[in-house]
Design a protein around this ligand. Sequence first.
Ligand SMILES: C[S@@+](CC[C@H](N)C(=O)[O-])C[C@H]1O[C@@H](n2cnc3c(N)ncnc32)[C@H](O)[C@@H]1O
Length: 386
Amino acid sequence: MEQIDDSRLRGIIHDRIKERGGRIPFADFMAACLYEPGLGYYTSPGRKVGAEGDFYTSINVHRVFGRLIGREICRMWEVMGCPAPFTLVEAGAGHGRLAADVLDAVRELNPELYASLTLRLVEAEPSLAEAQRQVLAEHLDRVAWNDPAELMGGTLTFTGCLYSNELIDSFPTHVVEMTPAGLREVFVTADGDGFAEQLDLPSTPDLADYFRRIDVNLQPGQRTEINLNACRWLEGVARCLERGFVLTVDYGFLSPELYGPMRQNGTLLCYFRHTIQEDPYQRVGHQDITSHVDFTTLILRGEELGLHKAWFGEQYRFLMAAGLMEELMALEAAAATEEERIKIRLVLKKLVLPEGGMGDTFKILVQAKGVENPRLLCMRDWSKLF
Ligand SMILES: C[S@@+](CC[C@H](N)C(=O)[O-])C[C@H]1O[C@@H](n2cnc3c(N)ncnc32)[C@H](O)[C@@H]1O
């Protein structure tokens, strides 16, 4: 078995624990594991997503996923009265594959919109810009790059649509546990070369407030995650978006399901070479750590910030209503053999498969600002489309 050397990052985290009086909140540990410059999972060299990486996202399944988002973006532009300039922002753009699929679709479906838009890539790892440039070679005159701090700081103002795929699940989360004495937070301490956990009073009142706002009462013994970074991120997005839409694709639930008594141990998981791991204290900086998104909080916080829920539902509903069957028929018509056609059907099925498949594990939330009653493609009754 390949030996993984994670000693440098372990050392840095140990030093940090010492400097901060012997412990750090789990959120700070997770932030180091994922984003420590040069050493974190997302901020170190190597392919993370796809066959050579640790997990797949919908983008790797088929370009139709991006095409359908592109179709919806064309509709958004129309319902907004065709504004120019129109800006797309992709947050957490990774290697740029989704951006390329979206731009291919918009160029084909709506050349007028394509000619007036700029797609701004916002990615925490700046070295990915080179890969993005290659993937987006055909679209370089339509693409620009921005720093995540501009989004968080509210300085990247735009009219258009900000979209993301599997971004919010990668934000560092606090971990809390309900004890007979009340809500406690998980802190990480040093334990020899490794790490141990300590439960104590929460490091910030925001954690108890978070549950109060969504009326959640954990059961004794129940442990879960709280993604305060998701709220901060949405606040930045709301400041930046002057008019338009926020389209968020991620795995997650509404809060009654995410924080319900059936989920005693939360949703924190690690991914390493396409296997699910449960121990975040192993392979430090070499495995992904994620948690499911609380869409109730995104919806409620969005309403407070002027981002009104336009649509929320499972990925399969969105894709079907946005035109998956039309895309499938076009692909089948272009296929040379029956074998190819079967292959296309099987691949596209992955995007919509329910019962734990991508189709219902992933949810899509569309929020609108300054657009009254938008009639989007995802709102169509897809059972009547064919
Ligand atoms: C799970 S990956 C998803 C990548 C891509 N969207 C996909 O679906 O394949 C999450 C990506 O978001 C980036 N990221 C994390 N926090 C970010 C932030 N605040 N702003 C921009 N990008 C961020 C990470 O560096 C990583 O590339």
